[in-house]
Design a protein around this ligand. Structure first.
Ligand code: NAP
Ligand code: MG
Length: 494
C-alpha cells in the first residue's frame, strides 16, 4: 500500500462487486431488487447489493447440481482440486488490504483486526483444507479372507452455507473450504449486514479456476433466500453459523423438507474461570479484556461471564477496569483503534437494552455508555458489571457486545456448577497453576473448547463447535469432513 494514503483515502477508491454469483456469472437478482450495504461506523451507504430470493436460490441450486453431476469438480483429480484451492488462498492473500478494508467498512470492525485476523486466517483455512485433499486416506475394514470391505467417503452433492456478520469472510471460508475440498458444490448466503467480501470471494474463486456452478453466492435476507435454501428439496446439506434462535429454524426447515443434515454453529455465553492459584493475574486480566472486548464482543466465543475466586475478585476487577481504558471505541479505519463500531443500530440498541437490565440488577463499574463518533452512534464503551448472579438475564442471554458480567465462587465445585449452568456450551477458559485441578476441569466443564491459561484457543488443526444449544457438528480440523461427506461401505466378495 502507498504509505501516504490513509485507509480513508483508500476507501474512497474502493469498488464493490454487488451482483449475485450463479453458475459462474455475475447476475442481478431475478426480481431486480437490491438492498443497501451500510457502513455502521458512519451510516454511509456502501453499495446496493442484489437482493436474492426463492427464484435465485432455485437457479443457484440447479447450477450447483449441474456442476456436481458433471463431475467437473466432484470427480476431478485430487491434485487438481488442491491446485485450484491453493490459488484461491494465494489470491485472498494478494488482495489482503482491499478485503480487509471491505470487511472493516461493512461490519465496523477495526481495520487492524481484519488485516491481522479475518483475512489472513481465511486464506489459511482455504490452504489447510486444500492441502488435506491428497493426504486423507479412506479405510478398509477387517472383513476376513475372500472379502474386501471398503469404507469410503463420498461427497454429498449441493451444500448450502448460511453465515453471520461478525466474521463474514472467515465464517464463509470455514464452511466452503472443507465442503469444496471434499468435492461438493456450494451455495453461500452471507449475512445481509456484510455481503461484500463473499461477493468478492466469488470473483477470486473464478479467477483461481474453480469451475462454474461449483461456488454460488446469494446475497439477501435470511427469511427469504436463507429459508429457501434451508427448505430446498435438492440441497443435500445445510451448514450454518449464527444465533441459536435461527439455528433451530434450520432444524425445522430440514424436518419439513428433505431431512438434510443441518450443521449448526450457534451462540455462546462462555465462562472464564480465574482461580486464586493462577500465577499471572496480569496476563489473565489482559486475556479477559481481549476475550470480551475484541471485535466489540461480537464474537460467539466471547468470554462474557467472568467467574473469579472470591479472595482475588476485587484485585482482579481493578486490573480489568484499568484495561478498559485501553479498549475505548474509535474510528475503525484508524489502525490504532482497539474497538470499532457495533454492526448496526438494531444490534447497538439490543446491547444498550441489556446494559439497562444490568443496571437494574447488578453494579455497573465501567463503561455502559453509547458514543457518537464520526456521525454514527453505533459505539459502546467497554462495560463491566460486578455483583452479577448467574440467574440474571445479563449472565444467561448472549449479548453479543462488549459487556462483561463478573461473578464470584468459593470452591471449584461451585465454579463448575456456575460455568455449566447455561443453555450454551461453546467455549470456556480456566486460569490456574494447579495441574490436577485443570485436568478435573477438562472433564467437568461442558464445552467444545477449553482454553487453559490462554484465551480463545482455536485454529485449523483443532475442531471448533459447541455442546448443548451452541450447536451440532464441528468446523475446522479433519473432523469438518464429517459434515461434508457421507460414509459409504462397499463390500466385495471374491
Ligand atoms: P443470525 O441472525 O442467526 O443470522 C445468521 C445467518 O442466518 C444470516 O445469514 C441471516 O440472514 C440468516 N437468517 C436469519 N434469519 C433466518 C431465517 N429465518 N431463515 C434462514 N436464515 C436466516 O445471526 P447473526 O446476528 O448474523 O450473528 C450473530 C450470532 O451468530 C450470535 O448468536 C453468535 O453467537 C453466532 N455466531 C456463532 C458462531 C459459532 O461458530 N458458533 C460464530 C459466529 C457467530 P440475515 O443476514 O438476513 O439476517
Ligand atoms: Mg454493512
Amino acid at each position: 500500500m502507498n504509505k501516504h494514503l490513509t485507509w480513508h483515502d483508500r476507501a474512497k477508491g474502493l469498488t464493490f462487486q454487488t451482483k449475485a454469483f450463479i453458475g459462474g456469472k455475475l447476475v442481478d437478482a431475478a426480481s431486480g431488487k437490491t438492498f443497501d450495504s451500510v457502513n455502521p461506523a458512519t451510516n454511509a451507504r456502501l453499495a446496493a447489493v442484489a437482493e436474492c430470493d426463492v427464484e435465485d436460490a432455485n437457479r443457484a441450486v440447479a447450477a450447483a447440481r449441474r456442476a456436481f453431476d458433471s463431475g467437473v469438480w466432484s470427480r476431478c483429480a485430487p491434485g487438481e482440486r488442491k491446485a485450484v484451492l491453493l490459488r484461491l488462498a494465494d489470491l485472498i492473500r494478494a488482495n489482503l488490504e482491499d478485503l480487509a478494508l471491505m470487511e472493516s467498512l461493512d461490519t465496523g470492525k477495526p481495520i487492524t483486526n481484519a488485516l491481522t485476523a479475518d483475512i489472513p486466517l481465511s486464506a489459511d483455512t482455504i490452504q489447510w483444507f486444500a492441502e488435506a485433499i491428497d493426504k486423507v486416506y479412506d479405510e478398509i475394514a477387517p472383513a476376513g479372507p475372500g472379502n474386501l470391505a471398503l469404507i469410503k467417503r463420498d461427497a454429498l452433492g449441493v451444500v448450502a452455507c448460511v453465515v453471520p456478520w461478525n466474521y463474514p469472510l472467515m465464517m464463509a471460508c470455514w464452511k466452503i473450504a472443507p465442503a469444496l475440498a471434499a468435492g461438493n458444490s456450494v451455495v453461500l448466503k452471507p449475512a445481509e449486514q456484510s455481503p461484500l467480501t463473499a461477493l468478492r470471494l466469488a470473483e477470486l474463486a473464478a479467477e483461481a479456476g474453480l469451475p462454474e456452478g461449483v461456488l454460488n453466492v446469494l446475497p439477501g435476507y435470511g427469511e427469504t433466500v436463507g429459508q429457501a435454501l434451508g427448505r430446498h428439496m435438492d440441497v443435500d446439506c445445510l451448514a450454518f453459523t449464527g444465533s441459536t434462535e435461527v439455528g433451530k429454524y434450520f432444524l425445522k426447515y430440514s424436518a419439513e423438507s428433505n431431512m438434510k443434515p443441518a450443521w449448526l454453529e450457534c451462540g455462546g455465553k462462555s465462562p472464564n474461570l480465574i482461580f486464586a492459584d493462577c500465577d499471572d493475574l496480569e496476563a489473565a486480566a489482559d486475556a479477559a479484556a481481549f476475550g470480551i472486548w475484541y471485535d466489540q464482543g461480537e464474537v460467539c466465543t466471547a468470554n462474557s461471564r467472568l467467574l473469579v475466586e472470591e479472595s482475588i475478585k476485587d484485585r482482579f476487577v481493578d486490573l480489568l477496569k484499568a484495561r478498559a481504558q485501553n479498549w475505548q471505541p474509535g474510528d475503525p479505519l484508524n489502525p490504532a483503534t482497539p474497538m470499532g463500531a457495533i454492526v448496526e443500530a438494531r444490534q447497538t440498541d439490543r446491547i444498550l437494552s441489556y446494559i439497562e437490565k444490568g443496571k437494574a440488577s447488578a453494579r455497573l463499574v465501567a463503561g455502559g455508555e453509547q458514543k457518537t463518533i464520526g456521525g454514527s452512534s453505533n459505539f459502546v464503551t467497554p462495560t463491566i458489571f460486578d455483583g452479577v448472579s448467574n440467574d440474571m438475564t445479563i449472565a444467561q442471554e448472549e449479548i453479543f457486545g462488549p459487556v462483561l458480567s463478573v461473578m464470584t465462587f468459593k470452591t471449584e465445585e461451585e465454579a463448575v456448577r456456575i460455568a455449566n449452568s447455561s443453555i450454551y456450551g461453546l467455549a470456556a477458559s480456566v486460569w490456574s497453576n494447579n495441574l490436577k485441578r485443570v485436568m478435573r476441569l477438562s472433564d467437568s466443564i461442558h464445552v467444545g473448547t477449553l482454553s487453559v491459561n490462554c484465551m480463545d484457543a482455536a485454529g485449523n488443526i483443532v475442531p471448533f463447535g459447541g455442546f448443548k444449544q451452541s450447536g451440532i457438528g464441528r468446523d475446522q480440523s479433519l473432523h469438518a469432513f464429517d459434515k461434508y461427506t457421507n460414509l459409504k461401505t462397499v463390500w466385495i466378495k471374491f
